[in-house]
Design a protein around this ligand. Structure first.
Ligand SMILES: [Zn+2]
Length: 545
C-alpha cells in the first residue's frame, strides 16, 4: 500500500514538472515578438553601422552592439571573459599580369584576365611565377569513395595544373543514382575542387565555367577575382593550397579544347560515366601573379547560456554579422546596409536567445549564440570558430544557421536547404506541423546553397547543421508571389546597396514564426540526451566522431 502511494506521488510530481516545463516552454516561445526583431534590424541595417565590413570602423560598431545585446538578454561571454574571438585573417589582392599563356604542339593562346580567365593566388607569397606547367584533365575533380568515384585515379597531377568541370555528374545525367541526382553534393562546389586539387599536389586548378552547374554566371567568379579575398590566416604558411586557383570562361575552354580536337560538351558527357579516366593534355600554362598581402584580425562574437546539467553539450545558433561596407555609389547610395543579408537573421538569433534566457528552468545543455565574421568572404569566421571552439566540437549537438531571411510575412512552408542531410529534418517537420506548415526542399538545390553559409563550417566538422526558413509559399499570396519576391530580392537587392530596411514594406510575421520554429527545435535538443545523426547518404556522416 505504502509503496503504491509513493509510486503515485512520484508519478504526479513528474507530471507536474513536465506540465510546468511545458508551460515554461510555451511562455518563452510566445515571447518572441515583432518589436524586438524590428528594433534589431533597424539598428543593424542603419547607415551608422557603415555596411558592417570586417577591419573597418563598421566592424567595431557592429561587434560592440552585438556584445551589448548578448549581455542585455542574459548571455555570458562565450570566450572566457570575452564575447569576442579574434579571427586572424589575411587579405590577398591578386594582380595577374596579362596575358596568361597556353601552349601546345604548334599552338599558342593568350588569354586576358578577368574576362577570359578569373584567377587568383590564395597563397601568402608576393610573386607567383608559373612557367609551362603541364596540364591534366581530371573530369569533375572528385574523390568520393562512398560513390565509388575517383577522378584522380591513375593520373599524376603533382606539380601540374588540373582542369575540371563544375558541379557533379548527377546534375548532367539526371540519373538519381549518380551522386544525388540534380541536387549538388559538396563534391560539386568549387571550394571542394580547390581543396582536392591541393590534396593531390597540383600546382594550379582551372574550373571550366558553365552557368547551370555553377548556379551563377561567369560574372560572379570574374568579379570576385578582381576584388581582395579574405582567408583565415594559417600557421603553416598555407602550403595546403594550390599556387593558383580559378575559372576559365566557357568560350575560352571551348577554344582551347577544340584546338586539341576535343569538344567540351562531349567530354563532359564522358566524364559523367563511371570509370572515366582523366588524362594529360597537350597543353602547358604560364602565368605571373603579384599578390598584395595584408594581415589583420577580425572578430567573431558569441554568448553562452550555460546548460544546467551538461554544459559542455551545446547547440549553436549562427547568423553572420559582416557585409560589404561602403563601396561604389549605385542610385545615390554607397552603403551596403545588408538589412536582409544578414540583419534579419541576426534579429532572428537574438530573439531566440532572449526566449531561452526567459525560461524559468534552464535546459540541460548550453545554448551558444554565434555571430561569425567574414561569411561573405568564404565563411572564414565560422570556419575559425569550428576549428577553435570554446566547447568541444564532438559535444556540439547541432548548428542552426540562418541567412537571407526575407520579410515577406507568414509562410506555409519551411524550406530546408540541404534537405535529407540529417535527422534535424525530422525535428523541423514536427515543429513545422505545430505551426500548420509543411517542409520542402530547396527548389534550386543544384546551386549548392547548403555549402554557402555558416552552418556548412560546422557540417565540415561533422556537426549536423540546419539551414531552414519559410521561402516558397506565402500564406496570404501563394507560391508564385513568394517566388517573385525571392527573385526580386536576388535580382535587385542581393549584395547591393539597395538591401535596405524599408519599414513601410516589411512584414516581420514570417521571421517571428521562423524564430519560434528554431527556438522549438533548439529547446528539444537542449532538453534531451540524444545527438541527431547525419543520414546515411550524407557526405558528412563519416566526419562525425
Ligand atoms: Zn549572407
Amino acid at each position: 500500500m505504502k509503496k503504491s502511494i509513493l509510486f503515485l506521488t512520484v508519478i504526479i510530481s513528474l507530471l507536474i514538472i513536465s506540465c510546468n516545463n511545458n508551460s515554461d516552454f510555451i511562455k518563452a516561445r510566445d515571447s518572441i515578438n515583432i518589436s524586438d526583431l524590428e528594433r534589431c534590424v533597424r539598428a543593424l541595417g542603419s547607415d551608422s553601422f557603415m555596411g558592417r565590413a570586417p577591419f573597418t570602423k563598421g566592424e567595431d560598431i557592429t561587434v560592440n552592439y552585438l556584445a551589448e545585446q548578448l549581455a542585455e538578454i542574459g548571455f555570458e561571454p562565450a570566450f572566457g571573459d570575452s564575447y569576442f574571438q579574434d579571427v586572424p585573417m589575411v587579405k590577398i589582392s591578386s594582380n595577374v599580369l596579362n596575358p596568361v599563356r597556353f601552349s601546345g604542339t604548334g599552338r599558342e593562346f593568350k588569354y586576358s584576365t578577368p574576362d577570359q580567365l578569373a584567377v587568383i593566388s590564395p597563397r601568402t607569397t608576393t610573386w607567383i611565377d608559373i612557367e609551362n606547367s603541364d596540364m591534366v584533365f581530371a573530369g569533375f575533380g572528385i574523390v568520393a569513395p562512398e560513390y565509388g568515384w575517383n577522378d584522380y585515379e591513375g593520373i599524376d597531377v603533382r606539380g601540374k595544373t588540373v582542369v575540371v568541370f563544375i558541379n557533379d555528374p548527377g546534375l548532367y545525367t539526371g540519373d538519381t543514382t549518380l551522386f544525388k541526382g540534380t541536387e549538388m553534393t559538396y563534391y560539386g562546389r568549387w571550394t571542394y575542387k580547390y581543396e582536392e586539387a591541393a590534396r593531390q599536389g597540383a600546382t594550379g586548378i582551372l574550373i571550366i565555367h558553365e552557368t547551370k552547374g555553377a548556379g551563377y554566371s561567369y560574372t560572379v567568379p570574374r568579379n570576385s577575382s578582381v576584388s581582395p579575398n579574405l582567408f583565415p590566416r594559417s600557421a603553416d604558411g598555407d602550403p595546403s593550397k594550390c599556387l593558383f586557383t580559378g575559372w576559365i570562361s566557357a568560350e575560352s575552354a571551348d577554344e582551347l579544347f577544340s584546338s586539341m580536337g576535343m569538344n567540351v560538351s562531349l567530354l563532359r558527357k564522358d566524364a559523367c560515366k563511371k570509370g572515366f579516366r582523366g588524362f594529360p593534355l597537350d597543353l602547358k600554362i604560364s602565368l605571373n601573379i603579384k599578390n598584395e598581402i595584408e594581415y589583420s584580425t577580425s572578430k567573431n562574437v558569441a554568448g553562452i547560456l550555460k546548460g544546467s546539467e551538461r554544459p559542455e553539450e551545446n547547440i549553436v545558433y549562427t547568423a553572420h554579422w559582416d557585409h560589404f561596407g561602403i563601396g561604389e555609389k549605385e542610385n545615390g547610395d554607397s552603403i551596403f546596409n545588408g538589412a536582409v543579408d544578414n540583419g534579419t537573421s541576426m534579429a532572428w538569433e537574438l530573439s531566440i536567445g532572449k526566449a531561452f534566457a526567459a525560461l524559468r528552468n534552464r535546459p540541460a545543455r548550453s545554448i551558444v549564440l554565434l555571430f561569425p565574421t567574414a561569411e561573405e568572404q568564404g565563411l572564414a569566421g565560422s570556419l575559425y570558430y569550428a576549428e577553435n571552439p570554446p566547447l568541444p566540437v564532438e559535444k556540439t549537438v547541432a548548428c542552426l544557421n540562418n541567412d537571407l531571411l526575407l520579410p515577406m510575412g507568414r509562410m506555409k512552408d519551411v524550406m530546408i536547404t540541404g534537405y535529407g542531410q540529417s535527422e534535424l529534418d525530422d525535428y523541423v517537420k514536427r515543429a513545422a506541423a505545430e505551426q500548420d506548415r509543411y517542409i520542402t526542399g530547396d527548389p534550386d538545390s543544384h546551386t549548392g546553397m547548403y555549402f554557402r553559409s555558416d552552418h556548412f563550417s560546422f557540417a565540415k566538422k561533422g556537426v549536423p547543421s540546419l539551414f531552414a526558413r519559410g521561402n516558397t509559399n506565402s500564406r496570404e499570396f501563394g507560391k508564385e508571389w513568394a517566388s517573385k519576391m525571392v527573385k526580386d530580392y536576388i535580382d535587385n537587392k542581393y549584395h547591393r546597396t539597395s538591401d535596405n530596411y524599408e519599414p513601410e514594406k516589411w512584414n516581420f510575421e514570417g521571421i517571428r514564426e521562423d524564430a519560434q520554429l528554431a527556438f522549438t527545435i533548439g529547446y528539444q535538443l537542449a532538453t534531451s540526451n540524444s545527438f541527431p545523426k547525419w543520414k546515411s547518404g550524407s557526405e558528412f556522416a563519416k566526419l562525425r566522431k
